[in-house]
Design a protein around this ligand. Structure first.
Ligand code: C2G
Length: 447
């Protein structure tokens, strides 16, 4: 008798799960399925699991393919299950290719092709749709998006668009998605879009997506002009669609804990915010060669402005930019100084100058400090007058951290949980306003 084992969360049970179990059963005579506990899913960083363990087990059972169910509670369990149940074949979907090769020491390992397209209308008890997400753009950040989205239950990344067909096809092959070269067809295949194209194309893509009634998660900087940001938010609101700027820091648990503490009054009234982020880039990178839309401020300014605008708002009385330029005239280092009626802030960004990359928030009773990489907030300290009095805070920042914004995006679409306070429309408009001022001062804005 050939014994087969597979594992999964099997949340919001769909045809991808069904087809996986069907083919897993066909690999042998006896199928064991390990269903993950909520606690295990939490430790491996899976977010938004909706169904209870019992419901998920019931759904797996209902397929009729399963001979035995076990509960998966920890990372090391697969090896012990394989030994304990004398398993011949371990199988899992191809989205895991390579990751379970270590089990080859104990049994045969088979990766079954993942089901690319999940129908959005498949009805379940809760009548909840799987959000079919399509990606516009195929650069570095788009590559990070797919594995992060996989860890958010209830979304399925299934399509990619790039006007350069070759890039779309290559990306689609790597991540098992459908490539599209026509925007109309792409929009028809998805419920919402993630925009990760070059900065200057965001506005047109956002408008097009909203016109096609798609929710939008757009990489930062979402817009480079204030009026454009206001316009797209107006359209989204009028159509009851979600439009969210993807600044990952805004959605991560550690940064929200930090903001919560500033709000508690623990360091008194905030008077100074200094945020610095530098990342050395090679001279021929897009960031340092695109004379119109490259440069340190456009690349990193959104992260650094986030704590400033969150804590002080958009009502500064003055902002000035001091830049150091590279040989081609592009800013390789920028300091933006904001003056508020009751506080001051500096934002420091570097692509060709390296600095410490710290976030410092000073108040009338103490200060908070988060060292680099504070934009992936995992640890920060609260200091007071007495240097010995230091409170230390830490939180989880898992993987590339995009899962947090994807999870909030999904919650907003489903209308459960009010996450929009994490990055409000007026805050995104304020970022666009600063970007526009910077571009006006530093470059002639091309229309
Ligand atoms: N699957 C699939 N097609 C999809 C979605 C999922 O073939 N469109 C497969 C997955 O590859 C996996 C199974 O269905 O083999 C269960 O998927 P999930 O519930 O998402 O569980 P997963 O996070 O993949 O857990 O220890 C757990 C395992 O590592 C797998």
């Amino acid at each position: 008798m050939t014994k087969v084992i597979t594992y999964g969360t099997f949340d919001l049970f769909h045809e991808g799960h069904y087809r996986l179990l069907q083919r897993a059963k066909a690999l042998g005579d006896y199928l064991i399925v390990g269903v993950t506990t909520e606690a295990f899913d939490r430790t491996r960083g899976k977010l938004n699991v909706v169904d209870s363990l019992l419901t998920r087990i019931e759904n797996v059972k209902k397929t009729g393919f399963v001979d035995e169910i076990v509960i998966e509670e920890s990372i090391g369990q697969k090896v012990s299950d394989i030994k304990k149940y004398q398993v011949d074949i371990f199988t899992v979907g191809s989205d895991w290719i390579g990751q379970f090769d270590y089990l080859k020491e104990y049994c045969q390992v088979v990766y079954l092709e993942r089901t690319k397209n999940i129908s959005s209308t498949m009805l379940r008890e809760q009548n909840r749709k799987i959000q079919r997400i399509g990606i516009i753009g195929t650069g570095r950040i788009a590559h990070r998006f797919v594995p992060e989205a996989k860890l958010v239950s209830g979304v399925n990344t299934q399509a990619v668009y790039n006007p350069h067909t070759e890039s779309a096809v290559r990306f689609a092959e790597e991540w098992e998605l459908d490539p599209y070269e026509k925007l109309e067809d792409f929009f028809a295949a998805v419920d919402s879009v993630y925009i990760a194209s070059p900065h200057e194309t965001h506005y047109d893509y956002i408008k097009a997506a909203l016109e096609h009634d798609k929710h939008v998660l757009c990489e930062k900087p979402m817009a480079l002009r204030k009026a454009q940001a206001e316009e797209v938010f107006r359209i989204a609101k009028g159509k009851n669609l979600i439009l969210l700027e993807g600044i990952k820091t805004a959605y991560c648990p550690g940064f929200n804990q930090l903001l919560g503490i500033t709000g508690s009054g623990m360091i008194g009234s905030i008077r100074n915010v200094e945020a610095c982020f530098t990342k050395l880039e090679s001279k021929d990178s897009r960031e340092l060669t695109d004379l119109q839309y490259g440069g340190s401020f456009l690349e990193l300014g959104s992260y650094c402005m986030l704590p400033v605008i969150k804590l002080f708002g958009g009502g500064y009385t003055d902002v000035r930019f001091d830049t150091i330029r590279g040989d081609n005239g592009l800013d390789i280092f920028t300091k933006a100084s904001f003056i508020y009626p009751n506080g001051i802030a500096t934002v420091t960004c570097g692509l060709g100058v390296k600095s410490e990359g710290r976030l410092l928030i000073a108040g009338t009773k103490g200060y908070m400090v988060a060292e680099a990489p504070w934009w992936k907030t995992a640890y920060f300290e609260v200091h007071h007058e007495d240097p010995g009095e230091v409170e230390k805070y830490s939180d989880r920042f898992l993987g590339d951290g995009l899962r947090y914004e994807i999870s909030d995006f999904l919650s907003m679409i489903n209308g459960n949980g009010r996450s929009d306070f994490k990055l409000t429309r007026s805050e995104s408009v304020a970022f666009a306003d600063v970007m526009e001022r910077f571009l006006e001062e530093n470059r002639s804005l091309a229309d």
